[in-house]
Structure formats: C-alpha cells, structure tokens
Write a protein that binds this ligand. Structure first.
Ligand SMILES: [Zn+2]
Length: 452
C-alpha cells in the first residue's frame, strides 16, 4: 500500500463500528468491507494486522449535534419502539451485524470492544482531558471538550473553527451549557431517570459518542495507529472530534492515515429509511442472489468514489461469480507449476491493489485473463485462486446446481396438483417457480421446465 509503512510489519487499524439499533444496510456494509480489503491486502503483503472495531451500544444520539442530555439515544428510542430492554436491542443487532459480515466474507476484527463495557476507560480519558485543561464542566454539569484548546482542529475535513458558524449545526438548548458553539460533550450528565447511565465524577450520565472511539482506540492500539477508518459521513464532526481528543490526551499525532469510504447510492439515491430504498443482506438472499454478488459489486468500483448500485448490477455480479466458479472447476489441475507469464500477471495485479486499492482495475484484468486463450487453463486457475485471497468471492466453491431441493419440491407439488385438476394451485405454483427463474409448460405427457 503506497505510503503506508507499518512498524515491524504490524499494521494497526481502528475502524468505527456500527451503532447497534437496526440492521446494517448495504451502504453501511460497503464501509465495513473496506476494512476487510485493507486487511486482506496487508496479509498479501506479508504483514500482520491488529484490527479493532468498536460496537456503539450507548451514547449515539439521534442527532449528535444536539448535545442535550435529554436528547434521544438511538438505542433507547429503538428499545421504546420495540418495547424491549435497550441492552437486548443492542445485543440483537450486534449479532445481526456479525452475521452480515460473515455473509460477505469479511474477516473478523481481533477485538470488538463495546462502549458499554468500556465506561472506566472513557471516564479515565475524560479525567485526563479535564486535568490537562482540554475539558470543562458546563452549566448543566456535563463535561465538554474545549475546541479552542486544540489549535489544529479541522485538519482532516477542512472545517477549522474559524469557518464553523454557530447555529449551523449546533442548535438546541444545550448550547447554553457550553462556552463555545463548537465544543462538544464528552460526558453527559443525565440524572437518574434514564436507562443506560453510569456514575461518574460529573454525575450520573453517559459518554458522548466521539469519546468512545478515542478511549477504545488508545486502549487497544496505543498512541500510534497506522489507519483509522470510517464512512465519509464520519469525517466531520466525528473524526475531527476524535482526533482532537486522542491527540490532546496522548500529546502526539495518534493516527497516521485517516481513510474514508464514499457513499453508496441505490438506483440514484442515497440509501436511507426516508427514501424507502434501504437494502439489507436478507433482501439479496430472498431474491436468490449470493450475498457475495454484493461484495463483487462493491469491488467493481473504487472505495473512494460514489457507487450507484442497482438490482441489475447485483444480478450481473451474481452471474459473473457463478461463471467464474464453474470455469475454475474446469481449469484447475493437480500438477501445476507457476509459469513466468503467470508470475508477471500476479505481480501486475498486486501492483494495482497497492495503488490505493484499485480493485476495479484488478477485476478488469481478471476478465481479460478469463478470455485469454494464450494463458493455459491451469495458469488461469492459479491467477484466479491467488486473487480470491483478496476478492473473497469463494471462487473455489462449486457452482450451485441448476436445480435445487426447493425447485424440485415445487415441481413435484405442481405435477400432483395438475393431475388432481387443482388448476388454481397449479397456476400459483407456476408463478412461484417463475420467481425462481424456472419456466414451466404443460404438454400432453406432463409438465416440462427450463431455466430462463
Ligand atoms: Zn469512531
């Protein structure tokens, strides 16, 4: 990876994890995949990795610009909505997050620290910041970070303090509790009539979202971290605030590289609940698509460009994976040595990835090799197998058989309905099969079917 030089071949990465109050949609998953791609490339480079991804299970408000202690926590709100205990909500969606990652072949992080289990660490760093003069107690009893005490605020996003206008994003009555409009809460004093609170030197309350990441990254990775990752929407204010806190506490520049994944659009619009275009991994499975088709769709564009995804693109990726799997099953040979030409392809493909993860160029290269008659099949297999360590598409898996138990059962059921003159049921089953891509026709001797 050009420009990245891990000390002693150990690459340390911190990735901002999910706030576990709902299922991750595929836009969120695109950011989580970026962590996996960097980790896999590091391994291909022969480096070791230490990867930490936090689980935010407390303290992320509906609108974090409202640092008001009465502000609604995303998890508390969902708990109210579902009529469940907030910790039950958090654990449920945390488990769903891990299932989604597994479906996309994302290799697990080394540690997934939970904010709710890191409260002592968070209180420690808050105390340190207060002792150092970077934090003060506001008129509502909450502890605030003094943005003006950190001269290089804005270095990641370009939003320096002089450019931030009061009232632009900081509204709400809690503004009255702090000294300066761009200051933010490290610990929110919340009294006792609220779930998910803990005792602290600043009263019973809960941590701010930004300080969670500073506390957990410093604890698990120390004060020199190679890469800090997150979606582009976290660049400001979340990462600016994290940087101010971590650098102030550690007395040094903690993170060497901030890397941000770009937004995902779906059929032209940003994926959001309000747009009604939220797509989950389970939606792919329901449509009979391999979740890894999503992974290939993501790989076909650069992580730092916006990607406009569609069902057509995911279906096309599904077909590509299926084709590659059946090719590979044919191409492989037991007695194989790597030819010089193949070695050159491998080197070239790796170089593409070192240039800021140019995965679309790698995929184009593979499409070329797929059709290249001058490369013997066994050599093509070596190349595809090698790059699958990065692509993570399970290309070694045998392609799914044309039929499946489900299709077989539906066909048998329809045949018997037809024989018994249950035409309405037979028609319904015909529609169900059509959904699975199976076209059924009735002939004098019985039903025949083919895959469309
Ligand atoms: Zn974070």
């Amino acid at each position: 990876m050009v420009g990245i030089e891990p000390l002693h071949n150990l690459l340390t990465i911190y990735a901002c994890g999910p706030t576990v109050y709902r299922y991750a949609h595929v836009g969120n998953l695109r950011t989580f995949l970026l962590l996996d791609l960097i980790t896999r490339l590091a391994h291909l480079n022969g480096w070791k990795t230490r990867v930490i991804q936090n689980i935010t299970d407390v303290g992320h408000l509906i609108d974090d610009s409202q640092v008001d202690a009465q502000g609604e926590d995303k998890i508390l709100e969902q708990a109210k909505l579902e009529g469940k205990d907030p910790f039950a909500i958090a654990r449920y969606y945390e488990a769903a997050f891990h299932r989604d990652l597994a479906a996309l072949n994302v290799q697990p992080a080394d540690v997934y620290p939970r904010a709710s289990e890191s409260i002592d660490l968070i209180i420690d760093i808050c105390k340190r910041l207060q002792d150092q003069g970077h934090a003060y107690v506001g008129s509502d009893g909450s502890l605030f970070f003094d943005a003006n005490s950190f001269p290089t605020y804005g270095a990641i996003s370009g939003n320096s303090l002089g450019h931030l206008r009061p009232g632009h994003r900081f509204e709400g009555k809690s503004d009255e509790a702090k000294r300066f409009h761009a200051d933010w809460a490290l610990w929110k004093n919340a009294g006792t009539d609220r779930a998910m609170t803990w005792p602290s030197p600043w009263g019973n309350g809960f941590p701010g979202w930004h300080i969670e990441c500073s506390a957990m990254s410093l604890e698990h990775l120390g004060d020199s971290i190679d890469i800090h990752l997150g979606g582009i929407d976290l660049r400001f204010p979340h990462h600016e605030d994290e940087r101010a806190q971590s650098n102030s506490a550690a007395g040094r520049e903690v993170v060497k590289h901030w890397i941000h994944g770009e937004h995902l659009l779906f059929e032209g619009r940003k994926m959001s609940k309000s747009s009604g275009n939220v797509v989950l991994v389970s939606d792919l499975i329901e449509r009979g698509l391999d979740p890894l088709a999503l992974r290939l769709s993501f790989l076909e564009s650069r992580y730092r460009t916006q990607l406009d995804l569609s069902w057509a693109a995911i279906s096309a990726a599904h077909k590509t994976i299926t084709r590659w799997r059946s090719h590979l099953a044919e191409w492989r040979s037991i007695e194989t040595t790597i030819s010089e030409a193949t070695q050159a392809w491998l080197t070239h493909g790796l170089e593409l990835l070192q240039e800021d993860l140019n995965s679309p160029a790698l995929i184009q290269l593979l499409r070329r090799i797929e059709k290249d008659e001058t490369t013997p099949p066994d050599q093509r297999a070596i190349i595809f197998d090698f790059f699958d360590h990065f692509l993570g598409l399970d290309l070694g898996r045998l392609p799914e058989h044309e039929s499946s138990a489900e299709i077989d059962a539906l066909l048998a059921e329809r045949e018997s309905a037809r024989r018994n003159g249950q035409w309405k049921i037979a028609d319904e089953l015909r529609n169900a099969l059509a959904e699975l891509g199976i076209e059924v026709r009735d002939t004098a001797t019985g039903q025949v079917w083919e895959k469309r």
